[in-house]
Design a binder for this molecule. Structure first.
Ligand code: HEM
Ligand code: HEM
Length: 130
């Protein structure tokens, strides 16, 4: 389930965000549609990932396993931190619509998705070790 959220919603959000950014001057209509899609998908994905993060820790607690020390926990915390920066940037209207803030948002979000690839591998490893 988390892989679906991370990869299906993640790539949909990222593609829509980047299309919105790169087509803004050449294909304005398409860009507006993609930005609207991104505004719908990205916050929902963020909420699902936050729930998964909490759920992952709770699941280990219930199984009496050690918590907060696996590589999967470390990459999960990095991802949530990066996406929280992004959510805050978006919530503040990119700090008064600053171009730099939009650029930081675009790259921080993309970096989070790249970290998610390693995160998924660590998740599988963690699951198989229990
Ligand atoms: C998957 C990680 C993410 C990526 C790759 C990403 C990428 C982008 C990009 C490229 C843009 C266009 C920036 C520009 O106009 O120059 C954008 C805009 C935006 N993003 Fe994200 N983003 C991500 C996560 C998030 C999250 C977690 C939220 C909110 C919780 C969010 C909310 C927004 C909003 C509100 C906009 C402005 C849309 C508009 O101008 O209509 N994004 N994002
Ligand atoms: C992508 C595929 C993923 C897989 C295969 C996966 C797998 C797992 C497994 C097997 C556990 C141990 C809990 C249990 O056995 O029930 C776990 C825990 C956890 N997961 Fe995931 N997970 C994935 C994605 C995510 C995502 C997207 C997040 C949030 C960013 C996340 C955050 C966590 C956290 C924080 C824990 C607790 C780790 C600890 O305290 O050491 N996982 N995950």
């Amino acid at each position: 389930m988390m892989a679906i959220v991370a990869f299906v919603m993640g790539s949909a959000a990222a593609i829509a965000g980047w299309k919105g950014r790169t087509l803004a001057t050449t294909k304005t209509e398409v860009a507006i549609k993609n930005k609207a899609d991104h505004r719908k998908i990205a916050p929902l994905m963020y909420v699902f990932l936050l729930s998964g993060y909490t759920g992952g820790v709770l699941s280990l607690v219930m199984q009496g396993q050690p918590i907060l020390e696996s590589p999967h926990f470390v990459t999960g915390t990095i991802v949530i931190s990066l996406l929280t920066i992004n959510a805050l940037l978006a919530a503040t209207g990119f700090i008064g619509n600053k171009e730099t803030a939009r650029t930081v948002h675009a790259y921080v979000g993309s970096a989070a998705l790249i970290v998610l690839v390693a995160h998924a591998a660590f998740g599988l490893k963690l699951g198989l070790s229990i």
